[in-house]
Design a protein around this ligand. Structure first.
Ligand code: AMP
Ligand code: MG
Length: 351
């Protein structure tokens, strides 16, 4: 299949530019498009033909449900059952934006979209292209991240092209995304909201709006929780992972740098290709041929935005061993560490 690639300026575009993409969506084709979190691979959420194409293009296990994207709040009542007062409050506070809510599903949502579950994940994105695409096509768009299953999520059109060129109808290139990590997922189908995946919207931000919020035990901690099954099916799969063997090194900054330099030296002696994921503050202190700065510790947002690009670059550089610094496990840091821990397959080294 030939994939059409269309550049659109998110700050300045018109209906005409989205026409082809809308036609594709209306006829059960697939369009990758930018959102404020990561690029999504979109298809009609209410048509099993479109969702089965999404699973096939990504190589995604069919029990891993898709998020349904809407462009106005009223749409929730068409696809979700029992929208609680807390859910309403969260929608008012954080939509459009990087928060997904899980509701009991209505019958019109096919099981192929929800991975066989009786619940449905819904989000209203704030990215102008995503918004307009949903509005203009009139389609509720099922859109998981537009990457090959298991690889880091795409934060630029180039990443989507790398994974999906030739497998989908169209890729809209709207430049680099703003946030760079997937949405926060909150299950609002019970009395107390439960975070199933950490993201840009933190537990504290949610609590300010609805009071107590729980966190799914499967996503807490640095050790793989063997006996707890993650409530968001996607969280149980190996994810975001570069091809090389990645480890996160923890401790005081000076100790971390010393430890990583020792490890690098040992790999070099064996002729192995090794890379370091550092920060603006530390990047000049490593004695390694490949050092990449993920962003500045003074700005967690820059680290979130840079993470997946760096993980993909590690593959391009053919790094066999990758050592990364660790980050604070609060606020946005908990979302960053959640992704890094999975990328490193729970591999920690204490410095
Ligand atoms: P992605 O869009 O690639 O970020 O993947 C969507 C994420 O949402 C995956 O981790 C899914 O497991 C999760 N998800 C989607 N629908 C549901 C649902 N009904 N219940 C729990 N998690 C869900
Ligand atoms: Mg994904």
């Amino acid at each position: 299949m030939e994939t059409r690639i269309q550049k659109i300026d998110p700050e300045n575009f018109n209906d005409e530019e989205l026409k082809t993409a809308c036609e594709i969506l209306k006829s059960n084709g697939l369009v990758a498009f930018p959102t404020e979190t990561v690029y999504g691979l979109g298809g009609d959420a209410l048509h099993p033909e479109a969702s089965s194409k999404i699973y096939a293009a990504k190589g995604r296990p069919s029990d891993n449900p898709l998020i349904v994207h809407i462009a106005d709040k009223e749409s929730i009542y068409e696809i979700a059952d029992e929208v609680s007062e807390k859910a309403e409050k969260l929608a008012d506070a954080f939509w459009p934006g990087p928060m997904t809510m899980i509701f009991k599903k209505k019958e019109i949502v096919p099981y192929s979209t929800t991975g066989g579950l009786d619940t449905v994940a819904v989000r209203m994105p704030s990215h102008p292209i995503a918004m307009e695409l949903i509005r203009q096509s009139g389609v509720y768009i099922a859109a998981p991240s537009a990457n090959t299953s298991g690889r880091p999520s795409p934060t630029k059109a180039e990443h989507v092209i790398e994974d999906l060129n030739g497998k989908i109808d169209m890729i809209i290139d709207g430049g680099a995304v703003g946030i760079g990590l997937e949405s926060t997922i909150v299950d609002v189908s019970g009395d107390i909201p439960v975070i199933l995946r950490p993201g840009y919207i933190t537990a504290a931000m949610l609590e300010e709006v609805v009071g107590e919020v729980k966190i799914d035990p499967a996503i807490v901690g640095k050790v793989m929780q063997k006996n707890i099954i993650a409530k968001a099916p996607g969280m149980k799969y190996r994810h975001y992972a570069p091809k090389g063997n990645m480890a996160i090194v923890e401790g005081d900054t000076d100790n971390v740098i010393r430890k990583i330099n020792e490890l690098v030296c040992a790999h070099k002696e064996k002729g192995q290709r090794v890379a370091v994921i550092a920060t603006e503050e530390t990047k000049d202190r490593y004695e390694c041929d490949i050092v990449r700065s993920i962003g500045s510790r003074k700005c967690e947002g820059s680290i979130a935005a840079g993470l997946y690009d760096i993980l993909r670059e590690m593959d391009h550089l053919e790094a066999e061993y990758i050592y990364a610094e660790s980050f604070e496990n609060d606020k946005l840091g908990s979302a960053i560490m959640n992704r890094m821990i999975k990328a490193a397959a729970y591999n920690f080294i204490q410095a």
